[in-house]
Every structure is written in structure tokens, then in C-alpha cells.
Write a protein of this length. Structure first.
Length: 278
């Protein structure tokens, strides 16, 4: 079985979205697409001016958005009638399908906000499906804990801890890992998957080969293989995310991701004609 090594280390780009929410964007800029992952944003600030505007109502089609709240509170509302308040540790997994209009607005007026949003592509056969909103309370998520590490499982399985997202077409792995100094995290991944680590804080060594040091808020793309080893050079916290590539052409148009340019134009027309939400 082959070892997984570092493929590329990428510093996220400063960006803003919604009503001026400041964030760091990696996937979606460099790389533009890491099949099946379309975008990865880290949002976080102790300055309320960086997040208070939130994300007012906006549309999506053809993607799944996965929002993981590490700290803070946001309220979700969408065109399916779903509502939910996300607090620290919660996840929302939204399958936008053929069309959804939603908003994410802070319910906090001060304090620290910190979290991630990941966009996952949908295969053509699912892109026009009925939207689905999945809210996952932090208490629903299983955690593996030993003397070396703590692993919160959002998707996939680590030993006896299994994530609440099951039967998904890209067979996702989504772990939040806290690793102690001089300890190891070892995990087997499918060799068919594209995988990455996002170092939130700390310093880690990946695989057996030497690589440049990585600092806080850094994306690390991984080579394909089966055996992943991560060593904590100091106490560290990182995300491990992996998924099976879809292997279809994509066309982007802001909040819409389809397979052809014609489908993007249709999404724009539907939105402006008032026929976007079925």
C-alpha cells in the first residue's frame, strides 16, 4: 500500500463574500477545482465589522454547501421553509439541487466568529434534484478520543466513531482532528479519492518525505495513496477532507455550478424570471 504525501502547499487568498464578510479562500482560487470540491472558505474574526453583514438571501443550483461552525452563531433560512440556528460545533449540509434561495445571518453582535464552508459538486444526474437541508447538532456527532488525539467525525468513520452523513455519492471523509505534540494520526484512505488537509493551527509533518513547513490557515493537497500519517510537531488542529471525484465537466456562474454554459444561462434566466424555486 502506498504512502500519501504532500502534493502542494497553498496559502489561502483574502476575500469577501455576502455583505462584506471577510474570509480566506483556497479551493476555488488555487486550485480552481479539486474534484469533487469546488470551494473552501475559512471565515473568522473577533471584529464584528468583518462578519456582521452576514450572507443575505442568495441562490444556488447544482452544488452542496457544507458549513461547519467552530465558534459563533448564525441563523439559516431558505426557500424550502427550513430554519436553523448554527452554534459552535454544529454543521449544516445543504444539497441545493435544482435551486434554493437561502440566507446565513449572524445572531451575535460581538465576540469571535470562526468556521468553514465547503462546496461539493453534484453529478449531473443529481443537479436538478429537490433541495435538501440537513442540520447536524454538535451533540449528534461521534468523537474518537485517546491520549494522542481527538477526532470529531462529520462524515466517514474512524474506528468506532461514525459520521451522520451516510450513503453519499462521493463517499466523503470529513474529520476535525486535534493532535498532541509528538503524536501521530494514522488513517487509510481510498486510493481513488482526492484528499486534503487544512491546518487550522499548529505545525504538522505529513507522510514520510520532507516538505516545507506549514503555518496556520494553510491548505495542503495530498497525493493519492492509501496510508496517511500525520505527526504533530506541536499541538495542532486540522481538517482532513476526502472525496471520490465525479469526473464530469463543470461550468461556473457565481452561485451556480452546472455541466454546461447553457445550463448556467438557464439558471440565471430562471432566477430572474421567478421560476428558480420549484
Amino acid at each position: 500500500m502506498s504512502n500519501i504525501e504532500v502534493k502542494q502547499i497553498i496559502d489561502p487568498m483574502p476575500a469577501s463574500d455576502g455583505a462584506g464578510v471577510k474570509l480566506k479562500r483556497s479551493i476555488g482560487v488555487e486550485p480552481d477545482y479539486f474534484d469533487p470540491f469546488l470551494m473552501l472558505d475559512e471565515f473568522g474574526s473577533e471584529n464584528k465589522d468583518d462578519y456582521i453583514g452576514g450572507f443575505p438571501p442568495h441562490p444556488h443550483r447544482g452544488i452542496e454547501t457544507v458549513t461547519y461552525m467552530l465558534q459563533g452563531e448564525f441563523e439559516h433560512e431558505d426557500s424550502t421553509g427550513a430554519k436553523g440556528r448554527m452554534s459552535s460545533g454544529d454543521v449544516q449540509w445543504m444539497k441545493t439541487g435544482g435551486g434554493i434561495i437561502h440566507s446565513e445571518m449572524p445572531t451575535m453582535s460581538e465576540g469571535k466568529l470562526h468556521g468553514f464552508q465547503l462546496w461539493v459538486n453534484m453529478p449531473a444526474k443529481y443537479k436538478m434534484n429537490k433541495p435538501e437541508y440537513i442540520y447536524i447538532d454538535a451533540k449528534q456527532m461521534q468523537i474518537h478520543k485517546d491520549n494522542d488525539k481527538k477526532i470529531k467525525v462529520i462524515a466517514g468513520k474512524f474506528e468506532n466513531a461514525e459520521g451522520p452523513i451516510k450513503g453519499h455519492n462521493v463517499e466523503p471523509v470529513y474529520f476535525d482532528i486535534e493532535l498532541q505534540k509528538n503524536k501521530e494520526f494514522n488513517f487509510d484512505l481510498p486510493s481513488t479519492h482526492n484528499s486534503f488537509i487544512y491546518l487550522i493551527e499548529g505545525e504538522i509533518k505529513i507522510g514520510e518525505q520532507s516538505h516545507d513547513s506549514v503555518k496556520d490557515s494553510t491548505l495542503i493537497l495530498l497525493t493519492r495513496g492509501e496510508k496517511l500519517k500525520v505527526s504533530g510537531l506541536i499541538k495542532s488542529k486540522f481538517l482532513l477532507i476526502s472525496g471520490k471525484p465525479i469526473g464530469e465537466p463543470i461550468a461556473r456562474g457565481g452561485p451556480f455550478v452546472m455541466n454546461t454554459k447553457e445550463e448556467i444561462l438557464k439558471a440565471v434566466q430562471d432566477y430572474h424570471n421567478g421560476t428558480f424555486v420549484k
